[in-house]
Write a protein of this length. Structure first.
Length: 261
């Protein structure tokens, strides 16, 4: 399923999207398969599967630890695409990783692997929009969305370029800094949602960990929320992981509905 199809489906239901991130291979590929099922059961609309990289500059300690567990477990780009091909899901899958892995694999090969394994979108947080022309062309050729990030510090000129190039959804960074669960929704987040004028769906990430926060984000005008660290913390605990992932996804999904109520 394409990302835009999922957002259209949710628009008809008057719901915001829940985009759930976990790191592929944390702690093993077989665990990841079960965790994806739990997240979907809980209500996740899109799954963002991190491809582990040894220097994840956008990620905080929680996701860094998950990436380290995955790498120690033997996760590689080849293993990643094998894992994704084995997933039998009917929602969009998005890969989030860093440019070094695309560069080393070769951009065309990477995008082809995404298309053949069922991935609908790519997020590369350390690739500026100004330098993304080649990758954007390949994504268009193979029917893959290239998703860009917009931060509170993004200038209007840069935002215009990002909004012109980005497809699938625009990833709004809720606050400055790295990923990690927070207890509140920053005022700058609401301001950023208001600043980003586009027909492409806007999904807010970095710091969201509760249904209440998800409802606030959707109520402020966003079309989706992205949650990662809160899920990865559950995986790190190794206690009732599948049940707790499903329960948290359910709480967050209910928040995306309540935000439209």
């Amino acid at each position: 399923m394409r990302i835009n199809e999922k957002f259209k489906e949710l628009q008809k239901k008057n719901e915001g999207a829940l985009i759930a991130y976990i790191c592929a291979g944390d702690p093993t590929p077989e665990d990841t398969k079960r965790y994806v099922v739990s997240l979907i059961k809980g209500g996740a609309d899109i799954i963002e599967l991190g491809m582990p990289f040894s220097d994840p500059v956008a990620d905080g300690p929680t996701i860094q630890a998950g990436i380290e567990r995955a790498l120690n477990g033997g996760m590689t780009p080849d293993a990643y695409f094998k894992l994704v091909r084995s997933l039998k899901v009917n929602i969009p899958l998005v890969v989030m990783t860093y440019y070094n892995l695309l560069f080393k694999r070769g951009l065309e090969r990477f995008v082809q692997d995404c298309a053949s394994s069922g991935i609908s979108g790519i997020i590369v947080p350390d690739l500026p929009a100004e330098e993304a022309g080649e990758l954007a062309g390949l994504c268009k050729k193979h029917g893959i969305d290239l998703i860009f990030l917009v931060a509170p510090t993004t200038t209007e000129a840069r935002m215009e370029r990002i909004l012109a190039q980005g497809t699938g959804f625009i990833y709004l960074v809720a606050r400055l800094g790295v990923t990690g669960a927070r207890a509140d929704v920053a005022g700058s987040t609401r301001e950023l949602i208001g600043r980003v004028k586009t027909r492409t769906p806007r999904a807010v990430g970095f710091g969201i960990s509760s249904g209440k926060q998800a409802a606030e984000i959707i109520r402020a005008g966003a079309e989706g929320v992205i949650v990662g660290s809160a899920f990865v913390e559950i995986i790190a605990s190794r206690k009732d992981v599948e049940q707790r992932l499903e329960a948290l996804a359910g709480e967050l999904k209910e928040g995306t509905r309540a935000g439209r109520g």
